[in-house]
Design a binder for this molecule. Structure first.
Ligand SMILES: *[C@@H]1O[C@H](CO)[C@@H](O)[C@H](O)[C@H]1NC(C)=O
Ligand SMILES: *[C@@H]1O[C@H](CO)[C@@H](O)[C@H](O)[C@H]1NC(C)=O
Ligand SMILES: *[C@@H]1O[C@H](CO)[C@@H](O)[C@H](O)[C@H]1NC(C)=O
Ligand SMILES: *[C@@H]1O[C@H](CO)[C@@H](O)[C@H](O)[C@H]1NC(C)=O
Ligand SMILES: *[C@@H]1O[C@H](CO)[C@@H](O)[C@H](O)[C@H]1NC(C)=O
Ligand SMILES: *[C@@H]1O[C@H](CO)[C@@H](O)[C@H](O)[C@H]1NC(C)=O
Length: 635
C-alpha cells in the first residue's frame, strides 16, 4: 500500500470517530471539513453509489433495476436529468410516463436509495447534444455553456421549472436527494466562463436554498479542475481503473484541501461508437480499484451501474478527429446489463462492498426472462420517395438553398431534400459536398432509384446518373448531436450547397418527415388493406419501409432483435422507436426489445426503415440473448 494511501486511511479513521450532536428527528446532510467526510444526520457518511439513467430504461423496469442496485449494497444512485428529454419544444414541459422524474425519485426512496442529482443543464452522458435542447441552435452562433444572454435566459427558464420540483425531494426536506451537481465536467469545455458558473451557482442556491450540498465534477487534470470548479461548489473528480488513485485524489485535494474524497464517475465500463471495437473493462480491475478507494474512505459513484438503451434518436456522438455516433445500446459493460440483468461484475462488486457495509440480506433478484420468438419475414411497404403524403402531411418548404433541420424546427430523425437534375447526366457524375456539410448521412435517389450515399467526414462524393428534370431525392439522417467538446453546436441536415458536376443544386423542396407520428397513428399496418408491392425477389436498395407482425404467443418477455444482412436503419415495434441498427458497421448486432412493449394476445407490429439495402430474405430474428460485439466490418 502506498504511503499516500495510508495517510488517507488515517484521515478517514478520524472521520469515523466523530460523535454526532443530532437533534432527534432532524434531517441534515452536510460536509464535515474538519473530519474530511460527509455528515448525514450529523453522523459520518460514505456513499457507495451507481449511475442509472431513467431516460434509458422503460418506466416499467425502473423499480426492478433499483431493487437490484439496492441488493448489491449501494446506498445511493446518481441520476442525470436530460433537459431535452423534458423540454423537446421550447416552453412545453413533459414530466409524465417515461419522463416522470418524480416517480423515479419516489421509487428510489421507497427502495431505500439516496440520490445524487445531476440536473445539468448540460450533462454529456453520451446523450443527444449532451442533454441540451436542439432548439437552442435557432440562434445562429449561440455560445452554449457560457454567459451568452440567450443561452442563460433559456437555462434560467428551465431551472425555474426543474429545481422547484426537486426542492421537496432534498434529503433535508424529507426526500432522498443528498447532493446536487452543478453543470457537468465544465472544465473540459473551451469556454471556461466563470460568469456562467457563477450564474448557475446563484440559480441553484436561489431554488434549492443555502443548506444543500452543491458540487462540481471534473476530469483529472489541472486545466479541467481550474475551469470547472468554483467557490461554494464542492469540487470532486472522476476517473477510471487506468488512473493512479493516489494521484487522482491528490489533485482533488489541491482544489479542495479538506472535505470528503469523491470519485463522481468511476468507470465500470465504457461506451461504443459505430465502427469502433466493442469496449469492455475487466471486472476484477473494477472491483479491486473500488475496494482501494473505499479503503481510503472515499465516496464512490460507479458510472454506469445500469446503462440501458439509447432508444429513438437519443444517442449522442463524439467529434474528435471525425464524427463518431454512439451506438443504440448503452450497455456500457456495466454491472447490470442493458436488459437489467446481474452480471459477474455485479457479484464481484457486491463482494467488495460487503467488506465495508452490511448489505441487505436475501437473494439478488434474477435476470428477467428472455424469449427467442424466432424469425419474422417482413414485406415491403414502399420507398420513402413514394410515401411523402403520409410521412410529410404538411408538405415541403421551398427554398433556393438548403435549410437545416433547426431552421425547419424538425430536430431529430430524417428529412428529405428534393430538387431536379439541371441537365442530362448520361455518365456517372460526381455529387459533391465540398464543405463537408452533410450532417450526418445522405441517401441519394433519382426518380426513386438509389444512387449512393454521402457521409460526414468520410464520404464527400457519390456518382449520379439521370436526365434533366429527373427528381433527385436526398434523405438526410441526423445520427445524434455531438455531446462533448467544442463542437456541440451540431446543426443537422444539409448545412451547405451540394454540387452536381458543375452545377450548384438549388430550388429545393424540403420535406420535414414525421415518421414517428405516422407510426404512432398506426401506419403502415392500418393501411394493410391496400395492396402492397408483390414480395421482392431481389434485394432492394435505398430508403425503403418494411412491415411485419410478430404473432402473439401469450408471452411478453424481453427479447433481442437481430437484422442479419440488413444494412442500416431504424426499427419500431408497436409504435415504440427502438433505435438505430447498423450491423454492417457494428459492433452492435442486436437491439434490446423490452418485454412490456409486446402484446401477449395481439399481433405485434414491426416497422423497419432500411436506408441502404435489405437482404432478399427480408427476415428479422428475435433472439434470447444480445450480441453487442461482432468484428467491425466497415461498410
Ligand atoms: C410525454 O412523455 C410521455 C412519455 O414518453 C409520452 O407518453 C407522452 O405522450 C408525452 N406527452 C406529450 C404531451 O407529449
Ligand atoms: C421517503 O421514504 C421515507 C421512508 O423510507 C419516508 O418517510 C419519506 O416520507 C419519503 N419521502 C418522500 C418525499 O416521499
Ligand atoms: C501512484 O502514484 C504514487 C505517487 O504519487 C506512487 O507512489 C505509486 O506507486 C503509484 N501507484 C501505482 C499503482 O502506480
Ligand atoms: C418508389 O415508389 C414509387 C411510388 O410507389 C414508385 O413509383 C417507384 O417505382 C418506386 N421506386 C423504386 C425504385 O422502387
Ligand atoms: C464515379 O464515376 C467515375 C467514372 O465512371 C469513376 O471513375 C469514379 O470512381 C466514380 N466515383 C465514385 C465515388 O464512385
Ligand atoms: C470482440 O470480438 C472480436 C472478434 O470477433 C474479438 O477479437 C474481440 O476480442 C472481442 N472484444 C471483446 C471486448 O470481447
Amino acid at each position: 500500500m502506498a504511503a499516500g494511501v495510508f495517510l488517507f486511511v488515517a484521515v478517514n479513521a478520524a472521520c469515523l470517530a466523530v460523535s454526532g450532536n443530532l437533534v432527534s428527528g432532524e434531517r441534515s446532510f452536510s460536509i464535515d471539513y474538519k473530519n474530511n467526510c460527509f455528515l448525514k444526520d450529523e453522523k459520518p457518511f460514505q456513499y457507495i453509489s451507481g449511475s442509472i439513467h431513467y431516460s434509458r430504461i422503460p418506466r416499467y423496469y425502473w423499480k426492478d433495476r433499483l431493487v437490484k442496485m439496492y441488493m448489491t449494497g449501494l446506498n445511493a444512485i446518481q441520476v442525470y436529468v436530460p433537459w431535452n428529454f423534458h423540454e423537446a419544444v421550447q416552453g412545453v414541459h413533459n414530466f409524465t410516463g417515461d419522463r416522470d422524474l418524480e416517480h423515479f425519485l419516489d421509487l428510489a426512496n421507497q427502495t431505500g436509495l439516496l440520490v445524487i442529482l445531476r440536473p445539468g443543464p448540460y450533462i454529456c452522458a453520451e446523450w443527444e447534444m449532451g442533454g441540451l435542447p436542439a432548439w437552442l441552435l435557432q440562434k445562429p452562433n449561440i455560445i452554449l455553456r457560457s454567459a451568452d444572454t440567450d443561452y442563460v435566459q433559456a437555462v434560467s427558464n428551465w431551472l425555474a421549472v426543474l429545481l422547484p420540483k426537486m426542492k421537496p425531494w432534498l434529503y433535508i426536506n424529507g426526500g432522498n436527494i443528498i447532493t446536487v451537481q452543478v453543470e457537468n465536467e465544465y472544465g473540459s469545455y473551451y469556454a471556461c466562463d466563470y460568469n456562467y458558473m457563477r450564474h448557475l451557482r446563484t440559480l441553484f442556491r436561489f431554488f434549492l436554498g443555502e443548506d444543500t450540498v452543491l458540487f462540481t465534477t471534473d476530469g483529472n487534470t489541472d486545466r479541467e479542475m481550474t475551469c470547472g470548479t468554483l467557490e461554494g461548489l464542492y469540487a470532486t473528480v472522476d476517473f477510471g481503473t487506468a488512473n493512479n488513485i493516489t494521484e487522482a485524489f491528490k489533485r482533488q485535494r489541491r482544489f479542495e484541501p479538506r472535505g470528503p474524497l469523491v470519485n463522481s464517475e468511476f468507470y465500470t465500463g465504457w461506451l461504443d461508437h459505430w465502427g469502433d471495437p466493442h469496449a469492455v473493462v475487466d471486472a476484477q480491475k473494477v472491483s479491486r480499484v473500488l475496494g482501494e478507494m473505499l479503503t481510503m474512505g472515499a465516496n464512490v459513484n460507479m458510472y454506469m451501474f445500469e446503462g440501458g438503451t439509447n432508444f429513438g434518436y437519443w444517442n449522442g456522438a463524439d467529434h474528435d478527429t471525425r464524427f463518431r455516433s454512439v451506438v443504440t445500446s448503452y450497455d456500457y459493460d456495466a454491472p447490470l446489463s442493458e436488459a437489467g440483468d446481474p452480471t459477474e461484475k455485479l457479484l464481484a462488486i457486491r463482494d467488495v462492498i460487503k467488506q465495508f457495509r452490511d448489505i441487505p440480506s436475501g437473494p439478488m433478484p434474477p435476470a428477467t426472462p428472455k424469449f427467442a420468438y424466432g424469425f419474422v419475414t417482413l414485406k415491403k411497404v414502399g420507398n420513402i420517395s413514394g410515401l411523402l403524403n403520409t410521412l410529410s402531411p404538411l408538405g415541403p418548404v421551398k427554398s433556393q438553398y438548403p435549410l437545416t433541420f433547426e431552421e425547419l424546427k424538425q430536430y431529430y430523425g430524417y428529412m428529405l431534400y428534393r430538387t431536379t437534375l439541371p441537365r442530362d447526366l448520361s455518365e456517372p457524375t460526381p455529387l459533391i459536398s465540398p464543405l463537408n456539410g452533410v450532417h450526418d448521412r445522405a441517401y441519394v435517389s433519382v426518380n426513386g432509384v438509389y444512387q449512393g450515399l454521402l457521409e460526414r467526414d468520410t464520404t464527400l462524393v457519390t456518382n449520379v446518373t439521370g436526365q434533366q428534370g429527373d427528381i433527385i431525392d436526398i434523405l438526410v439522417e441526423n445520427m445524434g448531436r455531438v455531446n462533448f467538446g467544442s463542437k456541440i453546436n451540431d446543426y443537422k441536415g444539409l448545412l451547405s450547397n451540394l454540387i452536381l458536376g458543375k452545377d450548384v443544386l438549388t430550388d429545393w423542396k424540403i420535406y420535414p418527415l414525421d415518421i414517428d407520428g405516422a407510426i404512432a397513428a398506426g401506419w403502415p399496418h392500418s393501411d394493410s388493406q391496400k395492396s402492397f408491392p408483390a414480395p421482392q425477389k431481389e434485394p432492394s436498395f435505398g430508403p425503403v419501409f418494411y412491415m411485419g407482425t410478430l404473432e402473439p404467443n401469450g408471452l411478453a418477455w424481453d427479447t433481442f432483435l437481430k437484422l442479419n444482412e440488413w444494412t442500416k436503419g431504424q426499427v419500431w415495434i408497436n409504435g415504440m422507436n427502438l433505435g438505430r441498427y447498423w450491423p454492417a458497421r457494428g459492433p452492435q448486432q442486436t437491439l434490446y426489445v423490452p418485454g412490456p412493449l409486446l402484446r401477449k394476445n395481439q399481433p405485434n407490429r414491426i416497422t423497419v426503415l432500411e436506408l441502404e439495402g435489405a437482404p432478399a430474405h427480408l427476415r428479422v430474428l428475435f433472439m434470447d440473448r444480445p450480441q453487442l460485439n461482432a468484428t467491425a466490418e466497415k461498410s
